[in-house]
Design a protein. Structure first.
Length: 276
């Protein structure tokens, strides 16, 4: 059987993705030019470090991901976003995609801070920068949505996304473990792993959240049940009042009196009870 195989290089440049890439490039240019003209290095203010967080620079949890350490560092992260992020934005919508991107990068920042705080080998002045935490969050989401989509590992080896994410997840996990036992290199494995973990938490929270239509259906069923009960109560009241008008109150049996009391309570509900 003949099988058609298509190959695509890169992904769609969607609205939010364009802004993210342009913002990262523009900020990197500022990183290069500002020290040249003023001698001021913004990495220590906006990159995340133990010293910075202890000084109250809490914005570093957010801003560190828009800075990069070299042209290659920037290129690799933006290239990964170009391949995977655009299709994810088309699938999710811009608002949810941007929310996910910013939350995974910020979540990765918290994991980086935990490593900075607890690792005995970490210099408190070490600054971590880069969008890699958000990139790994994007990879995770892409792999969960399209697990059987094939990509070329190192542009050579075809591999399904579910295995691609698993392999890199394990690499970052063992890299993080190693960072606690020896002096860490210049790769933030905990940032990558933190992006994956944050992504899992976000997607899990979204999937297990009760959808609005489910809640609305439940409320509609409650209203229908009340209306049905009130209609039944009205019919009961009308029937028994007719009997009372013809034969008098003493004509009601004990069962009919109980039935009338039930109808009264159900036809005139608690005025303090609210239904939305």
């Amino acid at each position: 059987m003949k099988q058609n195989v298509s190959f695509r290089f890169g992904g769609p440049l969607t609205k939010a993705l364009k802004i993210i890439i342009i913002a990262n490039i523009a900020i990197y240019l500022i990183q290069i030019l500002l020290p040249f003209f003023s001698g001021f290095n913004i990495d220590y203010i906006f990159g995340i470090s133990k010293t910075g967080i202890e000084l109250g620079f809490y914005w570093q949890f957010f801003t560190y991901s828009f800075l990069h350490g070299s042209p290659l560092h920037l290129l690799l992260n933006m290239f990964a976003l170009w391949i995977f992020a655009g299709e994810l934005e088309n699938f999710w919508g811009t608002k949810r995609f941007v929310t996910y991107y910013l939350l995974t990068s910020t979540g990765a920042g918290f994991f980086i801070h935990l490593m900075n705080y607890f690792s005995p080998y970490m210099d408190p002045n070490t600054v971590t920068i880069g969008a890699s935490g958000a990139v790994f969050g994007i990879l995770l989401a892409f792999g969960m949505i399209w697990p059987n989509r094939e990509v070329l590992l190192y542009f050579i080896i075809p591999i399904k996304m579910k295995y691609f994410v698993l392999i890199f997840g394990l690499i970052e996990f063992f890299g993080t473990i190693q960072s606690f036992s020896i002096t860490a290199g210049n790769i933030s494995h905990i940032g990558h792993l933190g992006g994956i973990i944050t992504g899992i938490a976000i997607i899990a929270a979204y999937r297990f959240r009760l959808p609005k239509n489910f809640i609305n259906k439940r409320k509609s069923k409650q209203k229908l049940k009340i209306i049905t009960s009130q209609n039944k109560a009205k019919d009961t009241i009308d029937r028994l009042l007719d009997k009372i008008a013809r034969e008098g109150m003493s004509s009601l049996t004990s069962d009919e009196r109980k039935e009338l009391e039930w109808a009264r309570k159900n036809y005139y509900p608690d005025p303090n009870e609210k239904f939305h």
